[in-house]
Design a protein around this ligand. Structure first.
Ligand code: NDP
Length: 247
């Protein structure tokens, strides 16, 4: 694929699911990938697997809720690989619940990771992009960035916010910096593990998590957006399983 080989791609939340698939797929296409997440043992295994198949990968512990930690991760990628060309804001969690369950800590957590984590990523990578007047953000939202239903209120609110941030960012940055939003439908990953109510988790899995996309399908969408010529900015992609008709 054009325009991917040799690019430095930093991926947040690369320790499982979609982030892991993005890192593996882009590395297989010749990108140099920097993996960040809290589960360092997972990152180590994924980076080793990438290197075993001839790819280039580095990893560092990352908590996107801490802006200094995110800045350190960006600096690590620049020190090791010389620059950052693409920053993938992927880290996220989805502890679905009804508002009147008052899971206030989970609301805060979603705001901290799903919204503030994205802003911290922008703050860390944008100076690198502006210094060379080139670069690309890929923000992973959800079909919940345009749909809301019972139990998804706060989760969808965080993803609506990232959609707004992505479009505002696109307009504010220079003509040479790209901003891409990828909104996945139901995709294989560890995401349902973040639902703390066991009944709700069971229901969510039964109702929404059949006919799942493989995480590689989202990775391929991300690769498509990066592979376009620099003057082509794929702003939004919504990728659902074909059978997902209800949201
Ligand atoms: P996973 O649970 O498999 O992956 C979530 C990733 O986020 C993990 O790597 C986790 O790593 C990381 N993460 C969580 N909190 C933090 C944190 N504070 N700092 C750094 N990393 C963190 O789920 P998915 O792969 O599905 O989720 C990836 C993205 O895709 C999310 O933004 C999610 O909202 C979105 N999405 C997923 C869909 C799906 O059906 N799977 C559908 C629509 C959107 P660690 O715990 O090691 O820190």
């Amino acid at each position: 694929m054009e325009n991917i080989k040799g690019k430095v791609v930093a991926v947040t939340g690369a320790s499982s699911g979609i982030g892991e698939a993005i890192a593996r797929h882009l590395a297989s296409l010749g990108a140099k990938v920097a993996l960040g997440a809290r589960r360092i043992d997972h990152l180590e295994n994924i980076a080793e697997a990438i290197k075993t198949t001839g790819g280039e990968a580095i990893y560092k512990m990352l908590d996107v809720t801490d802006p200094n930690n995110v800045a350190d991760f960006a600096a690590f990628a620049v020190t090791q690989f010389g620059t950052i060309d693409v920053w993938v804001n992927n880290a996220g969690l989805m502890p679905l619940s009804m508002i009147n369950s008052y899971k206030i800590d989970e609301w805060h957590r979603m705001v901290d990771v799903n919204i503030k984590g994205v802003l911290h990523g922008i703050a860390a990578a944008l100076p690198v992009f502006e210094a060379k007047d080139n670069g690309q953000f890929v923000n992973i939202t959800s079909v919940g960035d345009r749909w809301v239903g019972p139990t998804s209120t706060v989760y969808s609110a965080t993803k609506f916010a990232v959609r707004a941030i992505s479009d505002g960012l696109r307009q504010e940055v220079s003509r040479n910096i790209r901003v891409t939003l990828v909104a996945p439908g139901a995709t294989e990953s560890e995401l349902p593990n973040t639902i703390s109510d066991p009944e709700l988790k069971k229901l969510a899995i039964e109702q929404f998590r059949t006919n799942l996309l493989p995480a590689e399908a989202i990775a391929k969408a991300v690769a498509f957006a990066i592979a376009q010529p620099n003057d082509v900015d794929v702003n939004e992609m919504v990728v659902r399983p074909t059978a997902q008709k209800n949201l």
